[in-house]
Ligand binder design. Structure first.
Ligand code: MN
Length: 294
């Protein structure tokens, strides 16, 4: 990555941190799909961020970890002016200590929609850009965190496109296009997907292949995996039979936590989860409950 970043300093993939991270009291969210087109959803996000200063379930939390597809699309860090409200919520979070007076930290991982988010954005808000996947020590629990799309291995065509878009040269080339061209390309892609949708059916997101997740959990020696992308919130065992994930730990079937996407419809947030850890045990919170009185 060092060599690549010398050649393609603007390729976001080369700007990510792949070293293990340590999290004291994290909150995980993913797949908000924030966009310029849906200001109501951005308002719900702002309310969620305000809850870190007032809601009992959030005021002591220390880290916010966004596991990809935070934005529905990202055309480059030079478009961040379109998201002033989002930037100010994130900046406020990083600059304001939690209720225990501890410094709060912000982590952002790329999704398949916002893979062009770079340090121009993360530095502006004080976030760390994470590689996908990355190992996190969460209150002593070794965890593998990912957006999750790399485990959707049954969709070969998707994986081909993904591999292409993850090439530093391609990312560099895309971001080198003038902004008006990038906007036009995105506009055309949107129009095209709309008409295809009208004609046929919307291409659904395939679920992850459990064997692919298990393979990486064993490789990274983590009995806990957290990811998003599939829009299918829930928990699943990693293995059908007990195995030893982490050396020195007892055998277990492991756990895969899937974060839900956020959906705003009929003037309310109808879907959206945040994953927290209460005394070492992962707990899903409904975002709509967190923002209800805020
Ligand atoms: Mn995704």
């Amino acid at each position: 990555p060092q060599t690549l970043s010398m050649f393609f300093p603007r390729a976001p993939l080369t700007q990510t941190n792949s070293s293990p991270i340590t999290l004291q009291d994290p909150v995980f969210i993913a797949d908000l799909h924030l966009s310029v087109a849906v200001p109501t959803l951005r308002s719900a996000f702002a309310a969620f961020m305000r809850a870190f200063d007032s809601h009992p379930a959030l005021i002591n939390r220390q880290e916010l970890v966004i596991l990809g597809d935070f934005f529905d699309a990202w055309l480059g860090d030079d478009t961040r002016g379109d998201y002033e409200d989002v930037l100010s919520s994130l900046t406020h979070f990083v600059k304001t200590p939690n209720a225990r007076g501890e410094t709060r930290r912000l982590f952002l991982m790329h999704g398949n929609r916002d893979f062009l988010v770079g340090t121009g954005f993360t530095k502006a808000v004080g976030a760390t850009l994470l590689a996908d996947p990355v190992v996190a020590d969460i209150q002593g629990i070794k965890t593998l965190i990912s957006h999750g799309d790399m485990w959707c291995t049954a969709d070969a065509r998707y994986q081909t496109v993904r591999a292409r878009l993850r090439r530093p040269f391609i990312q560099f080339a895309l971001l080198s296009l003038p902004l008006f061209i990038r906007r036009r390309v995105a506009e055309n892609a949107r129009a095209k997907s709309q008409s295809v949708k009208a004609q046929v059916v919307e291409r659904t997101i395939l679920d992850v292949t459990p064997e692919a997740v298990l393979k990486d959990a064993l490789r990274y020696q983590t009995g806990l995996v957290i990811h998003g992308h599939t829009h299918r919130p829930g928990t699943h065992p990693l293995s059908e039979t007990p195995v030893q994930f982490t050396p020195g730990e007892p055998e277990s079937c492991g756990t895969r936590w899937v974060l839900g996407d956020w959906v705003y419809q009929q003037e309310a947030l109808i879907k959206g989860t945040a994953l927290v850890f209460n005394a070492g045990s992962p707990t899903a919170l409904e975002v709509k409950d967190l923002i209800a009185t805020h």
